[in-house]
Design a protein around this ligand. Structure first.
Ligand SMILES: C[S@@+](CC[C@H](N)C(=O)[O-])C[C@H]1O[C@@H](n2cnc3c(N)ncnc32)[C@H](O)[C@@H]1O
Length: 232
């Protein structure tokens, strides 16, 4: 089941890699990069710190971390190589050398314990087949006292806005995805992946169960995006 989901997700992101960034800007009305900057700020990396951007995709969150902490070394890991290939082009265009990409599955990270001074992930958690295991892996590879920041879409709780969001996310987004990315199926998966995903409070509880301390979250974009932060 988990392996099946992983294969489907990997194939899907490889398919939409070239239009992924453009779709993000369109779907979020250009706000997604500001959320990544907030997530980066939460890490509070030490000088020369080593940071893991898990499920880096095309590298935008990893680049936000580098912009915030110019002395940091950032490793971006993902299992969709086509996404990182798009990211690699960005690194080349910017002459960015403090960031490197590598292949990894978030459910079995190829790192020893307590290697990183911070870990960030953007829009990963909805996609993993085993959320507790992904959280446990994150906690395992981060040093005690360091921070993990998770940025993810969440269901808004205000009743009227919830209806509007539903209309936008479940009806309009697949249409835009069909027109712009040429992949209506992938942008139908996007809202559908949110349906079974735990609400922000429950995600906080899962992080605590995984052993994170002082977990807190803030809601962004009218309660449709959540930024969770926990200490190892
Ligand atoms: C919505 S994209 C987010 C990319 C990037 N973090 C961002 O902020 O735009 C989700 C990414 O998670 C990756 N992903 C999903 N499940 C994964 C897993 N189990 N291991 C590694 N990467 C995974 C996908 O390949 C995809 O690139």
């Amino acid at each position: 089941m988990t392996a099946d989901k992983s294969t489907r997700i990997q194939t899907m992101f490889s398919r939409i890699a070239r239009r992924y960034d453009l779709m993000n800007r369109l779907m979020t009305l250009g706000r997604d990069q500001a959320w990544r900057r907030l997530a980066a700020r939460e890490l509070q990396l030490p000088r020369n710190g080593l940071c893991l951007d898990l499920a880096t995709g095309t590298g935008d969150l990893a680049l936000a971390v580098r912009a915030r902490y110019p002395t940091a070394r950032v490793v971006g890991m993902d299992f969709a190589l086509a996404m990182m290939r798009v990211g690699q082009q960005k690194l080349r265009a910017r002459g960015e050398s403090g960031l490197m990409f590598g292949a990894a599955d978030a459910l079995a990270l190829p790192f020893g314990d307590a290697q990183f001074d911070g870990l960030v992930n953007g829009f990963l958690l909805r996609n993993v087949g085993d959320l507790p295991r992904a959280l446990a892996e994150m906690r395992r590879v981060v040093k005690p006292g360091a921070r993990v920041a998770c940025l993810e879409i969440t269901r808004p709780q205000t009743p009227v806005f919830r209806e509007l969001f539903h209309l936008y996310f479940y009806r309009l987004v697949p249409l835009i995805g069909g027109m712009i990315a040429g992949d209506r199926q992938a942008y139908t998966y996007l809202p559908n992946s949110l349906t079974p995903f735990p609400p922000a409070d429950r995600l906080k509880a899962l992080m605590l169960e995984a052993g994170f301390r002082e977990v807190r979250y803030r809601l962004l974009m009218m309660g449709t995006v959540a930024l969770h932060v926990g200490l190892v």
